[in-house]
Unconditional design. Structure first.
Length: 180
């Protein structure tokens, strides 16, 4: 894999996981924002305040250690499932695994894990946004549009998140609905 492609893929993973932070910290400035149509090079503001497991997975992805990131994410999912952890922890685990699968381009698995995260916490915009990102990269523009619009509904009055989602929708040539 070329160095540029690895950098782009790793940036995507970092930003998917950063979107998870927003749920934990309730910070409107985090999430996945794609740079331009047809690219997998998103950008975002990075904020802190996340579960240690998510930080560890992101650090492995930043270091281009995707195999280790995958093992950590799979272990996190297993840990939260076996221990009967709270819904938010299980959401983080599934959404983190979605991000890792997106980076390693196992997009069908990524969509499945994001769907599980959305089932756990359907009121969290980041799960919808991350699944929309996986669908976008898989070429499912209709599914991406639906997920980005649902994320926009869940974002409420978090202006930073609304701006991010409007941007993602603009890549699909879809005007975002006006907020009431």
């Amino acid at each position: 894999m070329s160095r540029l492609k690895r950098l782009t893929v790793n940036t995507l993973a970092l930003l998917l996981l950063t979107g998870l932070q927003a749920v934990y910290a309730q910070d409107p400035l985090t999430g996945t924002r794609l740079r331009a149509a047809g690219t997998a090079s998103p950008r975002t503001s990075i904020q802190f305040g996340e579960p240690d497991e998510v930080a560890q997975i992101r650090n492995k992805l930043e270091a281009d250690k995707t195999d280790e990131a995958l093992q950590l994410a799979l272990g996190y999912v297993e840990q939260t499932d076996k221990a009967g952890r709270d819904t938010l922890s299980r959401f983080y685990a599934r959404n983190s695994l979605c991000a890792v699968y997106t980076v390693i381009r196992e997009l069908e698995k990524a969509e499945q894990e994001c769907s599980r995260a959305v089932e756990l916490m359907p009121a969290q915009w980041s799960g919808w946004n991350n699944r929309g990102t996986a669908r976008y990269l898989a070429g499912d523009m209709i599914g991406a549009q639906q997920d980005f619009l649902r994320a926009l509904e869940q974002a409420g009055d978090q202006q930073g998140v609304v701006d991010l989602l409007r941007h993602n929708l603009s890549l699909l040539d879809v005007p975002a609905p006006a907020l009431e």
